[in-house]
Design a protein around this ligand. Structure first.
Ligand code: HPA
Length: 270
């Protein structure tokens, strides 16, 4: 894998991806942060050697390099999901590439369902812990110890300093934020009522189909990360209406300005 990582990285450097300091993964409906970036290079996933081929129609699927809030950033506009048929190693390959390019911090966003019913549609939730329900690990491959400790520590997967900073930024900007546990599932089907009940019982505040594999790999690489969910639907098992994916995207879009403020202000402090 290291040979592929080197080749991919060399390709991106040749395209102008010049020593990014921060990596950002933008989730469903959260692509507008790009408008605030002074872009100096970009590469479509399909043109990047060894990247998985992008499929989901909601994502434009490109890697962007530029300046945001005075920092050099590399941004994934759209991510890879298990539900598209990729494996754990495929979907986390871009994290390894951003790390190899030199990022010091990783910021991740996603759209998620609210399991904690005190949290409402449109709220932003800082992830402070997670539950991996995806039935596998991005570290379960031969040769993983070449990249870090196989039995990666997960006692604090989300960087406490960045969490404290973003909470302060939210308070300063009058942005309400929640904090909680994100459970990752494979999808793409949404959950049954019984599954939502189970997620609540096991301690999840939100559920989604991404993020956790990326965060596991970041931790394995000793890359501090922060992750934020936009809560796009309320998963009340006793009043469950069918979920409309268009609605999820629309809600994510509405919460986007808050997310952009939080990320941009956080980046200024890093
Ligand atoms: N379940 C899983 N993933 C999701 C949901 C949900 O309710 N909402 C947005 N992403």
């Amino acid at each position: 894998m290291q040979k592929h990582i080197t080749e991919t990285t060399e390709y991106l450097i040749s395209k102008g991806f010049d020593k990014p300091e921060i990596g950002i993964v933008l989730g469903t409906g959260l692509g507008k942060l790009i408008d605030d970036i002074e872009i100096t290079a970009e590469a479509h996933y399909n043109n990047i050697p060894y990247f998985p081929l992008a499929t989901v129609e909601f994502h434009t699927g490109k890697l962007i390099f530029g300046t945001l809030a005075g920092k050099k950033v590399v941004v994934m506009q759209g991510r890879f999901h298990l539900y598209e048929g990729y494996d754990f190693v495929d979907i986390t390959y871009p994290i390894r590439i951003m790390h190899q390019l030199g990022i010091q911090k990783l910021l991740v966003s996603n759209a998620a369902g609210a399991i904690n019913l005190d949290y409402k549609k449109g709220d932003i939730m800082i992830i402070d812990d997670h539950i991996n329900l995806q039935g596998g690990s991005p570290l379960a491959f031969k040769g993983v110890s070449q990249f870090g400790e196989r039995f990666a520590d997960m006692s604090a997967p989300y960087d406490a300093n960045m969490i404290a900073t973003i909470e302060k930024i939210a308070a300063d900007h009058n942005i309400d934020i929640q904090k909680g546990v994100y459970a990752s599932v494979v999808g793409p089907q949404l959950e049954t009522r019984a599954e939502y009940r189970m997620l609540k019982i096991i301690g999840a505040d939100a559920v989604g189909m991404s993020t956790v594999p990326e965060v596991i790999v970041a931790n394995h690489l000793s890359l501090p990360c922060l992750a934020v969910s936009v809560l796009t639907d309320e998963c009340d098992p006793d009043n469950l209406a069918p979920v409309d994916i268009e609605d999820i995207i629309a809600v994510a879009g509405k919460a986007e300005p808050k997310m952009i403020t939080l990320f941009s202000e956080l980046i200024k402090t890093l």
